[in-house]
Design a protein. Structure first.
Length: 417
């Protein structure tokens, strides 16, 4: 099977790494990719947002499957263009991707499907904003309706800051604050059948102790020893299957990866958000634990034959990933800094720990930073404490001027808290 992966972050590196280890994959391409993905896939340049260009590339490569990684191409209709060219694609249509592309649309789907989520108002005027902020009180949760690369959500006790963020957006969703630990649960679906993956936890805030601004995600781990063993079944029944059924009922079936961002509150599990693609960095730890070869799973989803897929097989191992970010991330990340230590990790720590590249590019013989999140250092171990120790040992070998990373990824969970 020839597979083309669209995107160029650590999630796509994790996808390509798993696909490269799958004996069913005879050729693997990534477009546009990054310096690390080049080690496991053949890179091709492409404008990932240009559906016609992606479809042409997929046709030229005689791809049997196209996997669209990031949300922006999905919302732009790239999966539709590839599907129209007659090539199976893992990723939802533009219409179904509105589940991520518009928070107001997601709320509407959840209301229709009876999915538990925060109470919310959609606001377009300053008056509506003030009323909604007043109705819920602090902490205020203000969400840009559209895609904002992980930066559209402000959670704050500061009314002025909440109002300022709301007024800076055209349309906002203002909602009730949900208190409790967060869980990311991914499910693969073909629009009818839903296959949940293992839950993971992401660390959204920039700094240790969950301080600092929201980011795209600074680290993740799986499994979640503290979570109720029935969590996955419960979310399947209350969230994932009803959402997939509702989108099919609307005539816009969702096929691809349905990401449920959940809060485990004192009053039960609530959806914080949906995404229409694999999460980053959670994918790095979820795929590190998946034993079933990945290509067949994705192809079954793309072909509408997930009901024939045997149950997924998971490793007992735990996995931890730590994101190394640029100087000044998430505000105005500095790029172009050389990265050293990659070969030392390859020589000393693989296969237990390895470096997945997020924002990197090659300049001659050096790899330099090319984005806010630069690397996602991933490790597996017999338990979280061991996986964590291995991940941080590898992190310590990496040298990137001005870089930052959290030191507490999976720390509480590893200590059984
Ligand atoms: P989102 O982009 O919707 O995932 O929001 C980013 C982050 O903001 C989430 O991971 C949460 O940490 C936080 N957040 C979003 N909505 C809420 C909410 N209703 N209550 C508390 N925190 C929230
Ligand atoms: N890690 C959060 C996301 O992928 O949206």
């Amino acid at each position: 099977m020839k597979v083309l992966v669209i995107g160029g972050g650590a999630r796509e590196h994790a996808l390509c790494r798993s696909l490269s280890l799958d004996p069913a994959v005879s050729a693997l391409y990534c477009a546009p990719g990054n310096a690390g993905i080049a080690d496991v896939a053949t890179l091709r340049p492409v404008d990932a947002l240009d559906g016609a260009a992606v479809a042409t590339l997929a046709t030229e490569l005689a791809a049997d499957l196209v996997v669209v990684g990031p949300e922006a191409p999905l919302v732009a209709g790239v999966a539709d263009a590839v599907r129209a060219a007659g090539i199976p694609v893992f990723g939802p249509s533009a219409e179904a991707a509105q589940l991520e592309g518009s928070k107001a649309f997601a709320k509407d789907v959840m209301a229709a499907a009876g999915v538990p989520t925060a109470r919310s108002y959609v606001c377009t005027t300053p008056e509506e904003v003030d009323e909604a902020l007043d109705a819920f009180g602090a902490p205020y949760v203000v969400k840009d309706d559209g895609l904002a690369a992980g930066k559209g959500v402000v959670v704050t006790d500061d009314l002025a800051a909440a109002r300022a963020h709301a007024l800076a957006c055209d349309r906002v969703v203002i909602e009730e604050y949900l208190d409790g630990p967060e869980v990311s649960l991914f499910a693969i679906t073909d629009g009818v059948t839903v296959v949940p993956l293992q839950p993971a936890q992401d660390f959204k805030r920039a700094l240790d102790g969950d301080a600092g601004p929201n980011t795209g995600g600074m680290g993740a781990y799986s499994p979640l020893p503290w979570a109720d063993p029935k969590l996955v079944d419960e979310v399947m029944e209350l969230v994932l299957q009803p959402t997939v059924d509702e989108l099919r009922r609307r005539g816009t079936p969702f096929s691809g990866l349905l990401y449920a961002g959940l809060a485990i509150t004192g009053r039960g599990t609530r959806v914080i958000e949906f995404n229409a693609r694999f999460g980053d960095p959670e994918t790095q730890v979820v795929l590190a634990r998946l034993r079933t070869p990945l290509a067949g799973v994705l192809l079954n989803a793309a072909n509408g034959s997930l009901d024939t897929l045997p149950p997924l097989v998971w490793r007992d191992d735990a996995a931890v990933t730590v994101v190394i970010a640029s100087h000044n991330y998430p505000e105005t990340p500095r790029t172009g800094d050389p990265i050293e230590g990659l070969l030392e990790v390859a020589a000393e720590d693989e296969p237990d720990a390895y470096v997945l590249h997020a924002g990197t590019r090659r300049e001659g013989n050096t790899v330099v930073s090319a984005g806010g999140r630069v690397l996602s250092v991933t490790a597996t171990g017999s338990d979280l404490a061991q996986a964590r120790a291995k991940a941080y040992k590898a992190v310590a070998r990496i040298r990137l001027d001005g870089s930052q990373h959290r030191t507490d990824i999976a720390a509480k969970a590893a200590e059984g808290r």
